[in-house]
Every structure is written in C-alpha cells, then in structure tokens.
Ligand binder design. Structure first.
Ligand SMILES: [Zn+2]
Length: 65
C-alpha cells in the first residue's frame, strides 16, 4: 500500500503494476506524482510549470534598453 505524501490517502498502487517514471495522481487531493522507484515505491510531486510555456500572447515590456 502506498499513501499519498500530501494527504496520506491510500493511492492503491501495486509495485508490479507501475513503472519508474510513470505519473500517478491522487484522487483525493489531485496532486500528480512521478514514480521514482518501484521497490519500494517512492513518489515525487510533479511540478506543473511545463504546461503554460506555449502561450503566444506576450505582454512583457522587456524591450527597453
Ligand atoms: Zn493526496
């Protein structure tokens, strides 16, 4: 049994059902975790920064010199 590091909810993950690098999310608090190792299972919270990098509208005033 693996407990969510954030809210300690039982994540219901079996060691032989997951692979290293796989992403699981906690149904209770919604946090995503990357599986670092499977024996024993070790989880790392996934940062969500990657998703908003492709926005095309830029309103930064960075051209002053
Ligand atoms: Zn949780």
């Amino acid at each position: 049994m693996v407990a969510c590091p954030e809210c300690e909810n039982d994540l219901d993950i079996e060691e032989d059902e997951v692979d290293e690098g796989e992403i699981v999310s906690c149904p209770e608090c919604g946090t995503d975790f990357e599986i670092i190792t499977v024996n024993p299972i070790e989880l790392k919270p996934v940062e969500e920064e990657e998703f908003e990098e492709e926005e095309e509208e830029e309103t930064e005033d960075g051209d002053y010199s």
